[in-house]
Design a protein around this ligand. Structure first.
Ligand code: ADP
Length: 576
């Protein structure tokens, strides 16, 4: 039994607990897995939109460079610089710079141009340095670094320590940080000429009075060193972004996409009605040097949706795990119980073999012994009669045992053919009683027969029913334990005939009352009492009774000992 318990623990219990723990952990991590998946998906979209917006600005720069080159086909550079007004100049302030680095006075200056040049003349004339964001296309080189002014030491230090903060703090679990992550774009301090160096064209982004401004510039080879530029104010940039945003924005269910400026204020959003906490998007991407500190940000419209679906998944998974573990346990338990039962049966069978061999041997020894005595005893007829009686009794015991064993196999396997007939049970029971008790009486048993008035009409196989009663009387005798009294009563009760055989013997312990009807089972008391038996009699009796629509049951005798009762249905109209 211990081994079965150990096998159960090692093969079923531990693995299923291990699996359950693993599965529960997976369920617990489900929310972050779902969140990571959503974050990855949205991050891709956000990265793509940021790249497209950067391309848009670059595209505008190329467009400007093409316009200038087109104008240079009809005018020489100095002439063009003198009256520089590209076709789209309404979207910015055009300017031109001589090869010697001096700003060419504006052509038809309006108030915007005048204001712009007043603010930026020193920078454009390279008399002053300022913080700039280089684009990858820009001709930034080591010269710029060498020209870094004293003012820029702080920003270089910032750059090196990576401590320039981003304007937003993405909130998805995979990336969430208590502080906004450092920005990837960092300014360099430089004057205009150093910034453009010997490059052919580019974009310079800068913050002027905290307002983002872009300078698109170009120096075509055919311009003899003249630089042509277009300064876009923050309003111009907003307008450009707003105009391309509707065509570029991805449609994401349950999410809002926005472009945020350097102050994390929305410039364009996919849903005007939804107002999230702008600085705390789910994911975000910096657009880069062309629009420094601008971000594409994506917000979850119902952040609890991920949690809900993770919860639902976890609940389903936990229920399934519960079910699976219960099933494994139940299965394992059934297997263990069955193994235990098989073990018990195997043990009982081996008991049975030794019991039966013994039971066969005992009557055979007696028969042989008394037969030999008979051979020698030729004169004393009284003795001869006694010896013959013993031989007859022992033969009968032998026959009964062999019949029990043979019939048990047949009846249990449903191979026994009952010869059922409409009969009166009374004479059959009486005959059994008389033949069984006659030798008992001789051995000092007090046997009492109490019966209601016949008939007891039943549809039954008289042989089999006789065998049941013989077994019950034989048990009453075997387990009598000194108090030699047996009472058999035959009564009609509620449409049945009840045949009760009561003894005053050792009785059956409470816990054994059901088990004594199992094949091969013998109670510990009866084993201890040394009484021989096969453990088949009661099992056989109950099977036969059930095959006749009846039953055999045990109850303790109030006076001590046992009462075994065979109940069979009476044929209709005969109920008392
Ligand atoms: P056997 O008597 O050959 O062992 P049975 O199937 O007839 O087999 O009985 C099974 C067990 O039931 C017995 O071993 C005994 O423990 C118990 N039993 C049967 N009849 C009695 C009885 N009259 N009094 C006490 N115990 C009984």
């Amino acid at each position: 039994m211990k081994r079965i318990a150990v096998i159960f623990i090692v093969a079923v219990f531990l693995p299923s607990v291990f699996l359950a723990v693993l599965a529960l952990r997976t369920a617990g991590e489900q929310q972050s897995i779902l969140e990571r998946q959503a974050a990855e998906l949205f991050q891709k979209e956000s990265d793509a939109l940021a790249a497209q917006l950067a391309d848009t600005i670059l595209g505008r720069q190329r467009e400007f460079a093409d316009e200038v080159r087109l104008m240079l086909t009809t005018e020489d550079p100095a002439q063009l610089a003198g009256n520089f007004a590209p076709p789209k100049s309404d979207a910015g302030v055009p300017f031109a710079i001589e090869p010697n680095g001096n700003l060419v006075p504006p052509f038809q200056p309006d108030s915007r141009t005048t204001q712009y040049l007043a603010d930026n003349r020193a920078f454009l004339n390279s008399d002053d340095s300022t913080e700039l964001f280089p684009t990858s296309q820009n001709a930034y080189n080591s010269q710029v670094v060498s020209k870094i002014s004293q003012n820029s030491v702080a920003s270089v230090a910032q750059q090196e320590s990576g401590s320039i903060e981003r304007r937003v703090n993405p909130q998805n679990k995979a990336m969430a940080q208590s502080e906004p992550p450092p920005s990837k774009v960092v300014p360099r301090t430089s004057d205009f000429q150093s910034a453009i160096s010997d490059g052919a064209d580019g974009i310079l982004a800068r913050f002027d009075k905290d307002q983002l401004g872009l300078m698109l510039w170009t120096r075509p080879p055919e311009a003899n060193g003249y630089v042509f530029g277009l300064a876009l104010s923050s309003d111009d940039v907003d307008r450009i972004v707003k105009s391309v945003f509707p065509a570029l924005v991805p449609s994401l269910p349950d999410a809002l996409v926005a472009v945020l400026d350097e102050n994390a204020r929305p410039i364009a959003t996919s849903d005007m009605d939804f107002l999230p906490e702008w600085k705390r998007p789910f994911v975000a991407t910096e657009i880069g040097e062309m629009l420094p500190h601008w971000e594409v940000a994506i917000y979850l419209m119902s952040p609890e949706a991920i949690e809900n679906s993770a919860n639902l998944f976890s609940k389903t998974l936990i229920s399934l795990i519960g079910l699976a573990v219960t099933a494994i346990f139940a299965g394992g338990l059934l297997v263990a119980l069955d193994a235990r039962r098989q073990l018990l049966i195997a043990r009982q069978k081996s008991h049975f073999v030794s019991n039966v061999s013994h039971e066969l041997k005992t009557p055979l020894t007696s028969i042989r012994m008394f037969a030999e005595l008979l051979q020698r005893e030729t004169t004393d007829s009284e003795r001869r009669t006694r010896y013959l009686g013993i031989i007859a009794d022992e033969s009968e015991r032998l026959t009964r045992l062999i019949n029990n064993v043979l019939d048990f196999a047949k009846i249990e396997n449903k191979r026994y053919e009952y010869q059922k007939q409409h009969i009166d049970l009374y004479p059959i029971l009486k005959r059994v009683w008389d033949t069984q008790t006659e030798p008992l009486r001789e051995r000092g048993f007090d046997c009492e027969w109490l019966a209601d008035a016949p008939p007891f009409p039943v549809f039954a196989d008289s042989e089999s029913i006789s065998r049941v009663v013989i077994n019950l009387i034989s048990n009453a005798e075997k387990y009598s334990n000194g108090t030699r009294r047996i009472v058999m009563s035959v009564n009609k009760r509620g449409g049945n005939v009840q045949v009760a055989i009561a003894d005053r013997g050792i009785g059956v312990k409470g816990g054994e009352a059901d088990r004594i009807f199992e094949a091969f089972h013998r109670s510990d008391d009866s084993l201890a009492s040394g009484v021989q038996g096969s453990g088949l009699g009661l099992s056989l009796a109950r099977t036969i009774a059930r095959d006749h629509g009846g039953t055999v049951s045990y109850e303790p005798n109030p006076e001590g000992g046992s009462i075994f009762t065979l109940v069979l249905p009476l044929e209709s109209g005969e109920a008392a």
